[in-house]
Structures are given as C-alpha cells and as structure tokens.
Design a protein around this ligand. Structure first.
Ligand code: 5MM
Length: 347
C-alpha cells in the first residue's frame, strides 16, 4: 500500500550531503546526560533542549531527518507548533523511536534483547497520523572475549529487528534497523570485525525471511573500531577500511544507505571515520554512507546550553557546525582544520 512512498522517503533520508539527528533519547538517558552537565531533569527542560536543537537556523541544509522520542513528538516548539509539524515545515522528515529499550535476555547474563513488539501495529498507525515517516529500533550486542555476543543474543535480536521492520513497512514507516555492537571492552579491530559480520549476516537473513523490502529501509550500524580499552587503537584509515569491507560483505546493494551511530566515539573521531570511508571509497559504494549521531552531534551544544536561555545562540552555533562538519564528511570533504570554527564560538 505504501510502496512508492516508502521508497521515496528512504531515498530522501539519504539525500546527498545530509544525515540524521538521533534526538530520541528516552527520558532516562536524556536525564542522565542532563545530570552530567547540571541541567534540571524536567519535562519542560527536555522540551526546551529539543526546541533549541530543532529550531537551529540552517539545520535543514545538513539534516534530512530527526528521530524523536514519544514525549517529544507530543510536544511543541516555544511558539506552539508540534515538533513533527515544525520539522516538516523546514523540509526535515520526522521519525520516531519505536523500541521500548534493551532488557535482560533470559538465561544470558550481561546480554539484552530489545522489547517493544506488543501493540506495535497500533503505535505505528498513531505515529503515522502524527506525521512520522520513518522509525528506529536499536538492538545491542556486547563483545566479551570469544564468549559474547552469544548466538542466542544475535538470533533473538535479529528476529525482533525484522518483525519491527516488517510492521513498519506495512504501516508506512521506513524502518531504520540499528544493530549496535558496543565499543566498550578491550577487543581488537579484528574481533570487532568478526562480530559485526556475524551480527549483520543474521540480521539480513532475518530481514529476508520476513519479507522486508531492502530498498525501503535504512541500516544504522556501528563502525568497526577497536574496543575503548584495547591497548592498540586502530587508525582512522583502518577503521574506515574494516567498516566498509564488512558492510560490503553483508549489506545488499538494494539498501539505499547506512547511517552510522557514533556509539561513544568523540565527536571529532566519528566525523573523521565517516569522512575516511567516503573519501577512500568514493564512487565504489553501492549505498550512501552518512550519519545518524546522537552524542557526536549534540554533546558540544548540550554542554554550552546548560539549560540557560542566554546560551541558546552559542549552543545552536555549535550544533550547526557539528552538523556541517558531518555533512562534509558524508561527501568525503572534511578536513581536521575545519574544526577551528568550533573553537571560535564563545559561550
Ligand atoms: C539517543 O540515544 C539512543 C538510545 O537511547 P535510549 O538508550 O534512551 O533508548 C540511541 O539509540 C541512539 O539513537 C544511537 O545509539 C546513536 O546514538 P550515538 O550517541 O551512539 O550516536
């Protein structure tokens, strides 16, 4: 029923030089980030923060879509416009987080399965009415030596991701499929590669089994990086090469694009990695490679804002610069020298 609309939306999400903002932190995660910078953890502060981000002048030149949380899609800008309508008015596609979070996986200590399938068809219909045209569901995989992730974690999450994606396509939302292999741990780049490969193979197998159309979805993968505590950190170029090699092995060319999560990398590193992939593999990639960052786009702006109206303009400038740098990286045109604009912003 929605075939043409879904394919058009997926292509629009992957428009050249644009990426996605993940602003879909659940209240728990958002409050945790607010506490770290001393912002009061109230509903109005979360609204004001999203207002600051989403009314940043010129942001529509860098963003094709924004992923919202349930609370936010029901809120309005300071001038009373529902956030989803505001985004549509400035040419940005509103999206919605559909998962209900990663919950302990029975029988598998330290592993999770993402929940939220019950009642999903009805929730999709409601969000479509509210203006959402794409959605997101995040599965989480921990690397621990050769032991984790378990087969059970990989298969259970792939099954849920595919069920979510099939329901989205039935209800008119383009599914963003997000299997996040966590950066935490002392694993090597090679181990990260193997885990990403195992995870992505099973995810695409399940998407195929459950008849998900590859040209009407977006993949949101983690990058193949060394674990944060690994003594030998891979170079930017090694990360770019390992990540693209893995995607080429696992991701069908019918998928319009991959929009990476930042996963706890520094903002600069996340931009440099994305840039290297696009610079090295220019013209050799069957899909668009762009960003769908939360922390790597928002962190400098959140720290500058501090919940204070007087800081809105500086915070917006920092957010806009980060978005422009990643827009450049999505075209392989970023250089570290471009970071100097960030330093010139006074708070
Ligand atoms: C915004 O963070 C999302 C997770 O939120 P909850 O844990 O509150 O559900 C997360 O899915 C995010 O969209 C992606 O992981 C990308 O965020 P990063 O910070 O990794 O770029």
């Amino acid at each position: 029923m929605y075939a043409q609309e879904l394919a058009a939306t997926a292509r629009a999400m992957m428009a050249r030089g644009k990426g996605l903002l993940a602003a879909d932190e659940s209240n728990g995660t958002c409050n945790k980030r607010f506490e770290q910078v001393g912002i009061p953890t109230t509903e109005e502060m979360r609204r004001a923060y999203r207002d600051m981000l989403l009314t940043t002048p010129g942001i529509n030149e860098c963003l094709s879509g924004v992923i919202l949380f349930d609370e936010t899609i029901r809120q309005t800008t300071k001038s009373g416009v529902p956030f989803a309508n505001h985004l549509m008015q400035i040419g940005i596609i509103p999206g919605i987080k559909l998962d209900k979070g990663a919950k302990p996986l029975a029988g598998h200590p330290n592993e999770t399965v993402t929940e939220g399938l019950d009642g999903l068809r009805d929730r999709i219909a409601e969000y479509y009415q509210m203006g959402a045209r794409f959605a997101k569901w995040r599965a989480v995989y921990t690397i621990d030596g050769d032991r984790l992730p378990s087969r059970s974690c990989i298969e259970t999450n792939a099954h849920a991701l595919a069920r979510y994606a099939a329901l989205c396509q039935e209800g008119g939302l383009v599914p963003i499929v997000e299997p996040e292999v966590l950066i935490n741990g002392n694993h090597t780049l090679e181990r990260s590669y193997d885990v990403h490969r195992d995870v992505l193979k099973v995810v695409f197998d399940q998407l195929f089994v459950q008849d998900v159309d590859f040209d009407k979805m977006i993949l949101k993968p983690s990058m193949v990086v060394s674990g944060l505590e690994c003594p030998q950190q891979a170079s930017v170029e090694d990360v770019a090469r390992a990540t693209v090699k893995c995607l080429k092995e696992c991701v069908p060319s019918a998928v319009p694009g991959c929009a990476f999560l930042s996963g706890g990398q520094s903002a600069e590193r996340a931009t440099a990695h994305l840039n290297a992939m696009n610079a090295i593999f220019k013209d050799e990639l069957p899909w668009t490679l762009t960003f769908s960052y939360a922390r790597a786009l928002q962190q400098p702006a959140m720290e500058a804002w501090k919940g204070n109206d007087a800081n809105v303009s500086s915070a917006q400038q920092l957010f806009h610069i980060r978005a422009k740098l990643n827009s450049a990286a999505s075209q392989g045109q970023y250089t570290p020298e471009m970071e100097t604009e960030m330093k010139a912003v006074t708070v």
